[in-house]
Write a protein that binds this ligand. Sequence first.
Ligand SMILES: C[S@@+](CC[C@H](N)C(=O)[O-])C[C@H]1O[C@@H](n2cnc3c(N)ncnc32)[C@H](O)[C@@H]1O
Length: 384
Amino acid sequence: MGEENPDSHVIGDLKKLSTPWKIALERANRIKNIDLGEGFILDLACGSGIQLAAYSFQLNKPCIGIEINSERAEIAKKSLNLILNNDFAKYSKIIIGDSLKKSEIKLDSDIRFSLIHLDPARPTDIQSHTLSEMQPPPIETLNLWKDLLIEKGAIILDLSPRLSKVQCKTLQNELAKILPNYEQTWEWSSQGRGRVDRLSVWLGSVASKNKSSRYVRNHPQNIEKSIIVEANKLPWDYSDSKLTDINVNIGDYISIIDPALISSGLEDIWLKSQKFEGVWIRKNGRRPLFVHSQKINHSRKEEGLIFESGIIRSIIKHDINEGVDPLIEIGNKLEMKKLTLRLKMMPELQPKFQSKLDKNLIDWGGIGFVIKLPDDRLAVCTKI
Ligand SMILES: C[S@@+](CC[C@H](N)C(=O)[O-])C[C@H]1O[C@@H](n2cnc3c(N)ncnc32)[C@H](O)[C@@H]1O
């Protein structure tokens, strides 16, 4: 029998828990030019230490991480040793301990923090999360440690993107109660796969002035190219407006917009900034649909918040789970060489039907996609 690496289960756990290095660096990079004043960086639940090391590395400040799990704390020590080679590395340390038992954490009496980070643990195997499941609990923990922040100090609190709007609003109010002088900016960030990868609250000097919400679309290769949309309104402050009941027609332009942008409630502000006029016909699910009267220009597509854009060439009544024969017929009539299925269907059918479409369309001509309209009809679109 082969020898089992004693660290293997810890490393497995850590992969689930820890912040990917690129993301850790991206957020550290964004606060690099903010004057945070003099003080250590404190991570109250540092896990693998990746995020803490990224802050320390980018902000050139010494850091302290507290971690309750001794095996993870050992890994965090290794992360700091590996990543920090600046002069501050020698003042930085990882403490094995419980952030809720502040009096047991041995720190120099005059130590002060310029940035406190808290990324509490939450269950990894469930669909929705609640505030009470976070460990350590954010309000109690921040309340204990806030007095060690310097005047210009800042806090970054990571949350589950699966918290409901009601829970977010409750937390917003509780944070305002314990930190009344700290401005809050709520941030939804996405790596571009159509889902929110991280929800966080940025408080104090890292909050954006008079902007309570922020959407960040991380650019996969180049962090400088991240897209940031900001506004002074939070998603739970909007009343759910009814979507326009319009009759979509052949010749209309239609775009699938990033659903993560919609979670942040910033979609209309972004559309306005792009002078992109039209109406929403679907805002929920993986493929929100926006119908517009004008073709979008190339630079807008490059923004990466528009997943697909095209002109509707045909609309049919058809249940996609029954097959793609009608789509092959339409595709060939419209001289299309590729039609991508962008609609909800039984997952086991998707690859089968896509490959049938690919094989049966003529191998020259246009490229398009198929979507399902809110009234369940299918629209065949040519890409623009
Ligand atoms: C989501 S992970 C943090 C990941 C971290 N940001 C990283 O980059 O790896 C949350 C961590 O909080 C730790 N934790 C939970 N309760 C704690 C407490 N009371 N005091 C200190 N750490 C705690 C868990 O052991 C876990 O490692």
